[in-house]
Design a protein around this ligand. Structure first.
Ligand SMILES: *Cc1c(COP(=O)(O)O)cnc(C)c1O
Length: 455
């Protein structure tokens, strides 16, 4: 299988190459050149363990990695989950299910992709005798999931900047209490924007970047999307065969990566009725699907912070397929969007897709309602998926984070403080971080004294 850039001006690459590259040199994102028809094979995957299902799926895409190596990478990636089912599917009512994607090490669904990407990266680096210093800025979930994906990995050190005192104490502990020697959390005296500006400045220093083999915390890596297809197929197989084509997946959405993975699976034979894109008050996607206008706005911080986005970076992948692979069309639309912050589609029709949105007051009310009605405590991101349950047929809500990550809000709404053992354990551990002024030269010096060097 070859992977091509959505913008069509870069060379097609193998899986390993596309994963190592991250963003394509022409600024596009890598997508599979075609979707294989796996419908016959999928029917035989019922009853497999999660890791085995993942391996059977990924071998079609990671076809330049020897199968025994791929199997080891996959098995290592789902070993540190706290539920043997990995992604338990819970029934809430006759036709309403919730797919729990928060049993990984950082208690959010990003672990499904970043545990895999971490193991894969270590494997690819070792194979090419390379090392890497990963550098990124985070305001929360992605940073902790990326760190946990790379914990203790050989040949990789990870430097993550975050705004000191401005992320939740739990999130800080998830990054700064790991005890791993290759993890360097940096608490910047400034805002998230300051932290991100420093990272940008350092990446712009081409000589430094290449001397220290710097790579980015990758939010658009091809491997992430492909690994996320698996839990959709897993859940789909748990529903009786006769009801599968009627399923609607409801997906709390920010960067569009999660829901895109489900749509990819549907192109390969996982037949369903559709996908609902559930947003919070930052509703760029809600507006797009309902009006055909793709326009950035200001981000309003919400109770569901991992969905507080201005631009959905993975939307470009979807656009490429909507346009039937017309790369010039993708370049035109993305160019206009970048320069004016807006693109108006003539007729925007994405078959099978619908969208909903929820503001903070509704999120709080929903957490209470869902608890009252089903006895289930949901986190604020998952709550957004309850906005519209009007689909006739089986609905599967993707639950993207553990409620234990948001104890204050949950306690305020239902007077119960949810806990998770892995978070409790972090409470006794020392915070190991480096406090620094919002200054790129300080961060550069820190990387120079702690980074790993190519021999
Ligand atoms: C990242 C994240 C989302 C949004 O996922 P996308 O792939 O960006 O659409 C939703 N919920 C939680 C808890 C997240 O961490």
């Amino acid at each position: 299988m070859k992977y091509i850039s959505t913008r069509g001006l870069s060379e097609p690459l193998s899986f390993s190459e596309a994963v190592s590259e991250g963003l394509a040199p022409d600024g596009g994102l890598y997508v599979p050149e075609k979707f294989p028809d796996l419908s016959g094979e999928m029917a035989q995957w019922e009853g497999l363990s999660y890791a085995e299902l993942c391996f059977r799926f990924m071998r079609h895409f990671a076809d330049d990695i020897p199968e025994s190596d791929l199997r080891a990478i996959v098995e290592a990636s789902y070993r540190h989950f706290d539920d043997p089912r990995i992604a338990p599917l819970k029934k809430l009512s006759e036709d309403l299910f919730i797919l729990e994607l928060f049993h990984g090490p950082t208690l959010a669904f990003k672990d499904f992709a970043l545990q895999f990407l971490g193991n894969l990266s270590q494997y690819l680096l070792a194979k090419s005798a390379k090392v890497s210093n990963v550098l990124g800025a985070t305001s929360g979930d992605t940073g902790s999931a990326a760190i946990n994906g790379l914990l203790g990995k050989k040949g990789v050190r990870i430097f993550i900047l975050y705004p000191d005192g401005r992320i939740s104490p739990l999130q800080e502990r998830q990054m700064a209490c790991t005890g791993a020697e290759n993890v360097f959390p940096i608490a910047i005296d400034g805002t998230f924007d300051d932290a991100q500006a420093i990272v940008k400045e350092i990446f712009a220093d081409v000589e430094f970047k290449s001397r220290w083999s710097l790579s980015a915390v990758n939010s658009i890596n091809l491997a992430r999307i492909m690994a996320q297809c698996v839990y959709y197929i897993w859940a789909w197989l748990k529903i009786p065969a006769g009801e599968r084509d009627g399923i609607e997946f409801i997906v709390p959405t920010g960067n569009f990566g999660n829901v895109l993975a489900g749509w990819f699976a549907s192109k390969m034979g996982m037949n369903v009725a559709g996908f609902k894109v559930a947003t919070n008050q930052n509703d760029i996607l809600f507006r797009l699907f309902n009006t055909g206008v793709y326009e950035t706005g200001v981000v309003n911080p919400s109770y569901a912070p991992s969905m507080d986005i201005q631009v959905s970076s993975n939307f470009e992948r979807f656009l490429y397929f909507l346009l039937g692979g017309d790369c010039a069309g993708v370049r035109g639309i993305m160019g206009q969007f970048k320069s004016s912050g807006k693109y108006v589609f003539d007729k925007f029709s994405a078959r099978g897709f619908s969208a909903s949105k929820m503001d903070d007051a509704q999120i709080a009310r929903t957490i209470a309602d869902v608890y009252g009605k089903y006895g289930e405590i949901v986190d604020p991101h998952t709550a957004c998926a309850f906005a519209d349950l009007s689909h006739k047929g089986v609905k599967i809500i993707l639950s993207t984070a553990s409620p234990a990550k948001f104890p204050d809000l949950i306690e305020k709404t239902i007077s119960i403080r949810p806990k998770a053992e892995s978070l409790e354990r972090l409470m006794d551990k020392p915070i190991v971080n480096k406090k620094m002024p919002a200054d790129a030269s300080a961060v550069r010096a820190y990387i120079q004294s702690n980074g790993i060097k190519q021999l």
